[in-house]
Write a protein that binds this ligand. Structure first.
Ligand code: BES
Ligand code: MN
Ligand code: ZN
Length: 509
């Protein structure tokens, strides 16, 4: 876990492997952003470097300068903030990304000081979050290998990544600022957990191993998160026909994992339901190979839910939060579900299976029923549900649907606060007839057009009336197939953790 602290000492006096400063687009070349507090020789040196390097100060521009006179840190990393006049009044998400891009660029740096223009709590929080999120790396699955031996032979230690971030701010003694630093560390740790789960290869992460990971994290943490696991027998007995059907083609049986954070002082309760398909082959309606490659990420919703419950507990939020992880592996085999099968869901609704690749809504339907049984104040499900989400909104923007416009706006506001881009989408009643079946209560699939919306409409069938419910489709933003950007790495992004945590915080007090 990367630690995060705040300091009101002069940035150039702080010993570190790197000092991160902001740059802004100037007339000829980039200029240093406000708030660096450098002595004039250091400032002159860096200004000359910026000119010589033809720096632009644009977002995502990261330049490294070594051995700057008057600066205690061995390196200065200059990160672009864009065209804001002198760096003052820079938006929080701009700061978050700039801090993230800078820290992400670092090699062989353990301790980092970040001095970006951040004089209010929200700005300090953004800088701290961006820096801590940018410190993430996926360790991968490595053998003892040649690389390690070479390093040992040369007497070089392996790069362990950034372990400590210090944010420089004039407000370092403010209680709220200190709390923001703590929260940033918890949030980054939670997102790192979600990212790790998503990045874990699908031969290693399957329903039971996912459940084991959650149990392990709950016993390692100080805060009390109760974990309960329903195995395939319990699921069958409990009438969870949706998830049983999806999981029956795999030799690795399905699970529903319930995580509960229930503080004594809670006056509100929120239920979070996550799609946890540890691998989506499509089942008998098998996907083409290219579409299958990223399908280890089809459990990103469940990862975000698990990470959020732990984060809420670590922060001691006075809100009851229950996470439901709907875990299954969608595989083709002699025991796999068939198109045409009719299954009975947890609430008794029968569903005709049209396409075994529309499996997410089947496991979530059961999960939503289970969540609704505890009558929470609100239910949010989050899922890599449809390719249609990516067609509509691209790879970076999530779609939010809900049975209640006010609640949908509340979830979107939480996403905005977290710097996770999301956009409201409708659940048009006009599309509902597409879910009629001639042999069952419901069909689980509509026409191709509006596929994100019919999937949402299907899920809405399992919510009890009067409970505010939102559905967040994160098919695109949960997994970055391209290059890293801002604080977002390649692979699992942890998208959703920020939104869900902010939403839960909104129910406190
Ligand atoms: N897991 C996929 C959705 C997905 C696609 C997530 C691409 C991330 C990237 C989901 O289970 C799926 O296969 N959906 C189908 C639904 C269709 C069969 C109704 C789809 O979107 O094509
Ligand atoms: Mn699928
Ligand atoms: Zn899927």
């Amino acid at each position: 876990m990367t630690t995060v602290s705040v300091s009101d000492r002069a940035a150039h006096d702080l010993k570190a492997d790197a000092l991160v400063l902001g740059t802004v687009a100037g007339e000829r070349s980039a200029a240093l952003a406000a708030g660096h507090g450098l002595p004039s020789d250091a400032e002159r040196h860096l200004s000359a470097q910026l000119a010589a390097l033809h720096a632009t100060g644009k977002a995502e521009e990261v330049l490294t300068v070594a051995a700057v006179p008057g600066v205690a840190a061995s390196r200065v990393v200059l990160t672009g903030l864009g065209s804001a006049a002198d760096g003052a009044g820079v938006g929080d998400e701009v700061l978050r990304r700039a801090a993230g891009a800078a820290v992400r660029s670092l090699k062989n740096a353990a301790k980092v000081v970040v001095a970006l223009p951040s004089e209010d709590v929200a700005a300090v929080a953004a800088v701290a979050e961006g820096a801590a999120l940018g410190a993430y790396r996926y360790a991968g699955v490595r053998g003892p290998g040649k690389d390690t031996k070479d390093k040992a032979a040369k007497g070089k230690a392996a790069d362990e990544g950034v372990s400590a971030v210090t944010v420089v701010t004039g407000q370092a003694k403010d209680k709220a600022v200190k709390a923001a630093a703590t929260r940033a560390a918890v949030l980054a740790d939670a997102k790192a957990y979600a990212r790790d789960l998503v990045n874990t290869p699908p031969n290693l992460l399957f329903p039971q191993s996912f459940a084991d990971s959650v149990k392990e994290r709950s016993s390692a943490g100080k805060a009390k998160v109760t974990v309960k696991v329903l195995d395939e027998k319990a699921l069958e007995k409990g009438g969870f026909g949706g998830i049983v059907g999806v999981g029956q083609g795999s030799v690795r049986p399905p699970r529903i994992v319930t995580l509960t954070w229930a503080p004594a002082k809670a006056t509100h309760s929120v239920a979070l339901v996550g799609k946890g398909i540890t691998f989506d082959s499509g089942g008998l309606c098998i996907k083409p190979p290219a579409s299958m490659l990223s399908m280890k990420s089809d459990m990103a919703g469940a990862a975000a839910v698990a990470a959020t419950v732990f984060a809420a507990a670590q922060l001691g939020l006075p809100v009851a939060v229950t996470g439901y992880l709907c875990l299954a592996e969608n595989m083709p085999s002699g025991s796999a579900q068939r198109p045409g099968d009719v299954v009975t869901m947890r609430n008794g609704t029968t569903v005709e299976v049209i396409d075994t690749d529309a499996e997410g809504r089947m496991v979530l339907g059961d999960g939503i029923c289970l969540a609704a049984e505890s009558a929470p104040d609100a239910i949010v499900d989050i899922a890599t549900l449809t390719g249609a989400q990516m067609v509509a909104l691209g790879a970076r923007v999530a779609g939010i649907m809900a049975n209640d416009d006010t609640f949908r706006d509340r979830v979107r506001a939480a996403a905005d606060t977290a710097g996770e881009t999301a956009w409201p989408m409708p659940l048009p009643e006009d599309l509902r007839p597409q879910l009629e079946s001639s042999v069952a209560d419901l069909s689980h699939k509509g026409e191709r057009w509006g596929g994100m919306l019919t999937a949402g409409l299907f899920l809405g069938e399992f919510v009890t009336e009067g409970t505010p419910w939102a559905h967040v489709d994160i098919a695109g933003p949960s997994f970055n197939e391209g290059s890293p950007w801002g604080y977002t790495p390649k692979g699992g992004t942890g998208f959703g953790v920020g939104t869900l945590l902010s939403l839960v915080e909104g129910y406190a007090g």
